[in-house]
Design a protein around this ligand. Sequence first.
Ligand SMILES: [Zn+2]
Length: 363
Amino acid sequence: MNGLEISPFIRDLPKVELHVHIEGTLTPALRWKLAHRNNIELPYKTYEDLLDSYKVTYNHRKEVNGDDGRPTFLEAFFAGCQVLITEDDFYELGMAYFERCAEMNVRYCEPFFDTQAHTERGISAITVMNGYYRAQQEGASKYGVKSNWIFCFLRDRPLQEGLDAYAAARPWARLADGTGKGLYHAVGLAANEFEKPPLLFEEGFKMAKRDGLHVTLHCDVDQKDAAAHVREAIFDVCNGEGTERIDHGLNVLDDPELIPALKERGIGLTLCPHAYHRRQATETLFSKIQKLIDEGVKLCINSDDPTYMHNVWIDGNMQKIYTYCGLGKADMVKLARNGVEMSWAGDDIKKELLLELDQVVVQ
Ligand SMILES: [Zn+2]
């Protein structure tokens, strides 16, 4: 189930990543370093104990499957966030991801971030965003990895708290009137989706739309009411205009009306195969993804939360599709092109990457 060896073809393919939660890239090494720098006590005596904790498969949901005593994925994820305190910590988190991007030939990305998980710990939103903003600038100049970020509402927190967080974060957005620092250019959703349908955050989406930002909707796989949530995302949010992208959304396969609607409205899916592979058998999962490809659904491949998902990054996720769907090189170039086309990068970035993808040898 875990990672495959990355082939040179996948390694060298120019990539964009549209579905990665920045805190889900916090490596054990950086977590250990920041815990010591900030005098945060970890529940692990040694670095090896910490490393061992990442080997657990956090693939259950207490609300859906019952409590088996292990932490859930989200509990592990938010436990990791505890070591992020200063602006430098957030900056280093961003830079570590960009360094990794450069190694994997990820040239452009749209990382998810939120401020609520940090302000509730007493960290100011300004500290969080100044750190990420510095990483955005230096990631581009030092590693050549360009990025536009996505502000997330935490869906298991009250709507008003999310709206307040958005208002505080607004000066860091790239606003339609040309103002704002330009850290982020879209809004989305993160955290626990259980009984939290997309429309609960409609007011937030409308605010973002008024500001000229994009909207993407996170729809977890096999969550309670998963297909109903996807339906809302396609037909109902943003005054019925629908979302521009869906993050995950594999449950479109459960309702025959959804795939035609996705295609008609030009909504793409940002899939993260390894995340689903933690819960689904190889043949079941990859035949579902193959079906989406065959049906002509636009999709691209991403990593989600690589450090909490067995250290399988975007290259490892692409390798899984390449191997288990039995795709050829030209098919993989097509998936990489989808990422570029589904992104909200500037035309110059898109053009450059598409040109480069045109030149990839697929024989
Ligand atoms: Zn996600």
